[in-house]
Write a protein that binds this ligand. Structure first.
Ligand code: PGA
Length: 248
């Protein structure tokens, strides 16, 4: 989170927006919300659009991050990018462990923890994602899954201070339009903070302007990781403005 910020709104663009579209979006974002001092704002474009986003946002406090990072600094890892390479172009933060990486690309808890540790060691801030699938929730395993995912991170990264935030993203709420109720999100966030005292926890999963206020009003919801609604300037800026109103 940016120094002094009370809440973080992060936009995960997934595999959307090439460099031209990223530059156009980021220029508009800087105009619209580049001077809200009380909240942290970050966007996570695809790798090829990072440089364009950085250029369009400088100089502004809005940060640019990568959607993943490898645990080695270089080597035979086709398709991967290291922390030092990201830092070289001016990136300051990265997401690790997004459920799409875990589910579609087979990343394990161990992989995610190693990615987080390497990012931190390379001076990147980290958003580490956790969350249960629908089947796991139905089987009553939500807490066990969160415990396993969070413990594997804690074991490897220890006490990263403000450099790492967790994002609780129930998999059944991602891209589905089904949001966790504010109470359910609050319960999961409190559970994560019990296991990892001092950590900030973002909520993710179908966050949009219509539900941002009630989610951000929960005491243990420290921000949002926004997918679909971060791709449109109107919805993303509306969520940022709601955060500034609700939490500053
Ligand atoms: P969504 O995605 O907001 O489109 O549900 C959230 C995420 O995947 O981080």
């Amino acid at each position: 989170m940016a120094p002094g910020a009370h809440v973080l709104i992060a936009g995960n663009w997934k595999m959307f927006k090439g460099p031209a579209e990223a530059a156009e979006f980021c220029s508009a974002l800087r105009e619209r919300v580049g001077d809200i001092p009380s909240i942290g704002i970050a966007v996570y474009p695809p790798f090829v659009s990072l440089a364009a986003a950085l250029e369009a946002l400088a100089p502004s406090p809005i940060r640019v991050g990568a959607q993943n990072v490898h645990w080695e600094s270089e080597g035979g890892f086709t398709g991967e990018v290291s922390a030092s390479m990201l830092v070289e172009i001016g990136v300051t933060t990265a997401i690790v462990g997004h459920s799409e990486r875990r589910q579609l690309f087979g990343e394990s808890d161990g992989d995610v923890a190693r990615r987080a540790a390497a990012a931190l060691e390379g001076s990147l801030d980290v958003i580490a994602c956790v969350g249960e699938t629908e089947e796991e929730r139905e089987r009553g395993e939500t807490e066990a899954v969160l415990r396993r995912q969070v413990e594997s991170l804690v074991e490897v990264v220890g006490d990263p201070g403000d450099a790492l935030v967790v994002a609780y993203e129930p998999v059944w709420a991602i891209g589905t339009g089904r949001t966790a109720t504010p109470e359910l999100a609050q319960g999961a966030h409190a559970f994560i903070k019990e296991m990892w005292p001092g950590v900030d926890v973002l909520y993710g999963g179908s966050v949009k302007p219509e539900n941002a206020e009630e989610l951000l009003a929960q005491p243990d919801v420290d921000g949002a990781l926004v997918g679909g609604a971060s791709l449109e300037i109107e919805s993303f800026t509306a969520i940022c403005e709601t955060a500034a109103r609700t939490r500053s």
